[in-house]
Design a protein around this ligand. Structure first.
Ligand SMILES: [Zn+2]
Length: 570
């Protein structure tokens, strides 16, 4: 079937099979949710306007992600009433929040339309721009002294388009002027209604940041956002740069990299935008804060702690807020479910001006995402791949504790100047680090009396089962690459093994020592500032062995639900 000149790539039968057997649904809260019903009327109005803002931002992310997204989504919506095939294709489009995406299982992205592929530079760059041409143009522009123009092209907040034989970076506030101004209006109305002063303040700054071509405004908005600890309503504009594979290629070209360094030009991948709306859960948030109290202690225990400036030092307060949130809306980047969905997110990232100028971070945990567990599948998985003496230690709540440690782990270790030097490998190394910090430091939480010995074993076991991979990961999946790295590391150093029945055994006594070793090696890589060292480290521990193929095959037989559908009610 043709949709606006493009043929659908999946048959009705294939789409039916996806929805019947391969789809996991995340149910966000409804208007009947107790904490929502208990909100004062004015705060309910705030929520309504924030949800409107979220929906507008979704259009922005569609445009950033693929040049055909908006056009083909509209065409699918038009056909969906008349054609069940189009309706099903639209449903898959909404799972990806785009025309194509990885499902976390197949090595190549799934395409909803024949020939409509994921692009290296997404729609941040012209679709016909190759990596080679991109580098040639940048080099030429530098030779001609067009420093500011190149800065704009390599900025996190520009859409890049052709301008004659050159390229031009157009600031998001210009390219998306219509959408940003509509979002700013919604935020200003929400700010008017809310009676939470700190939140009102933030919304005002954020609205301004959306209408001014000025990175300082983002910095100020971020700083006001990052301190929100006690506000009852959650609203975030996320700006993360994992999707753009074009920009970082300039760092792989040594000659170009040297020229950029020489001119002091920073290279930042493009920010994909998203919006999250929710209500802060008090009980969950209290638990997070007990973990936070340990951060200063942990900073002192990090390997090579004296070799770099700590984010957290004994004298300073940790500039980190954290909340557990019941979710109302996930839009834009958050809704691009392409093989995974985020359970927690700590922003701003290191490349942002607010962090570089001493601002704090805010970490938000996604309750509805982590609570969507498939118990029956877990049981099958344990029976197939885990020694029976460990089954009692598998506990999804322990996974939440691991995730808290992971998120806190991002705040420990060398700063962004080290991390960014690792080029295309920085995300894999950083995600590996955060995982490794979480597990290596877990015994400290026992010492502090926050968790007990049994919970520690539950965290270990649940984490290791969690890093069983269902397919060979690629560099664009930094979390999964990290999983493969520490899995191989544990295996090679005897902390885990597989018995004669190919079932997992854990050497609990050996685990802490091995985790400290991989943590030290990871920090060494970051301190080296060498992309080559990072590559060697990753290559050494990402070998896809027989045991991985066996685990992946077994997981696939158990039945994997690689597609994710977010169900929203506001
Ligand atoms: Zn992370």
């Amino acid at each position: 079937m043709m949709i606006d000149g493009y043929e659908l790539n999946l048959s009705q039968e294939e789409l039916d099979d996806i929805f019947a057997h391969k789809l996991r649904q995340i149910e966000l809260i409804t208007p009947e949710f107790e904490d929502y019903k208990n909100l004062p009327e004015n705060e309910k109005k705030v929520v309504a306007h924030l949800v409107k803002a979220a929906k507008i931002m979704n259009d922005v992310s569609l445009e950033q992600d693929h040049p055909l997204n908006r056009r083909l989504k509209k065409a699918l919506e038009k056909e969906a009433d008349k054609s069940s095939h189009a309706a099903k294709a639209l449903r898959l489009f909404n799972c990806f929040n785009g025309v194509a995406g990885l499902n976390g299982l197949d090595p190549e992205p799934i395409q909803i339309f024949k020939g409509v592929k994921v692009l290296t530079g997404r729609n941040f760059y012209p679709s016909d721009l190759s990596v080679e041409e991109f580098q040639t143009i940048i080099k030429k522009m530098l030779q001609e002294g067009k420093i500011d123009a190149v800065k704009n092209i390599l900025s996190a907040r520009t859409m890049v388009r052709r301008k004659g034989a050159e390229l031009e970076g157009i600031d998001y506030t210009q390219y998306f002027a219509k959408e940003f101004s509509a979002i700013a209006n919604e935020l200003e109305v929400a700010a008017h209604y809310t009676s939470d002063e700190a939140f009102k303040d933030y919304l005002g700054w954020q609205a301004q940041a959306l209408i001014q071509n000025n990175e300082d405004m983002d910095m100020l908005a971020d700083k006001h956002w990052a301190v929100l600890q006690d506000s009852p309503i959650e609203f975030t504009i996320s700006r993360e740069n994992y999707d753009d594979e074009m920009t970082p290629t300039v760092c792989e070209n040594p000659e170009l990299k040297a020229m950029l360094d020489n001119f002091g030009i920073e290279v930042n991948s493009k920010d994909m935008l998203g919006v999250r709306v929710g209500i802060v859960n008090k009980k969950g948030t209290d638990l997070l804060l007990t973990f936070k109290e340990q951060m200063k202690n942990l900073a002192g225990l990090m390997p090579y702690a004296d070799k770099y400036k700590q984010n957290i030092t004994a004298g300073n307060d940790l500039k980190q807020t954290m909340v557990d949130v019941d979710l109302i809306a996930l839009k834009g980047d958050y809704a691009q479910c392409r093989g995974g969905i985020t359970t927690a997110q700590n922003l701003p990232n290191d490349d942002k001006l607010s962090i570089k100028t001493g601002g704090g971070r805010r970490n938000v945990y996604h309750r509805q995402v982590r609570m969507s567990q498939d118990k029956e599948r877990t049981k099958k998985l344990l029976n197939a791949l885990v020694s029976s003496n460990l089954h009692g230690y598998y506990n999804p709540e322990a996974e939440h504790i691991f995730v808290i440690g992971h998120e806190n782990g991002h705040s420990l270790g060398p700063d962004s100047s080290y991390k960014n030097s690792l080029g295309v490998y920085k995300h894999t190394i950083e995600e590996n680090k955060a995982d490794v910090v979480s597990i290596a430091m877990m015994p400290q939480y026992v010492k502090a009396g926050i968790i007990d010995e049994k919970t520690l074993k539950e965290v270990y076991t649940t984490w290791i089962v969690r890093i069983f991979l269902k397919a060979k990961p690629q560099l664009i999946q930094p979390h999964r690459m990290g999983d493969l790295m520490h899995f191989n590391y544990l295996l090679e150093h005897g902390a885990i093994s597989f018995n004669s029945e190919n079932k997992l055994e854990i050497n609990f006594a050996k685990l802490p020592e091995v985790m400290n070793k991989i943590l030290a090696e990871t920090i060494e890589v970051q301190l080296s500032k060498s992309a080559q060292k990072a590559k060697e480290f990753i290559d050494k521990y990402t070998e896809w062995k027989d045991i991985h193929a066996y685990i992946a095959k077994t997981l696939q037989e158990i039945g994997i639900k690689p597609y994710i559908e977010i169900r929203e009610y506001f």
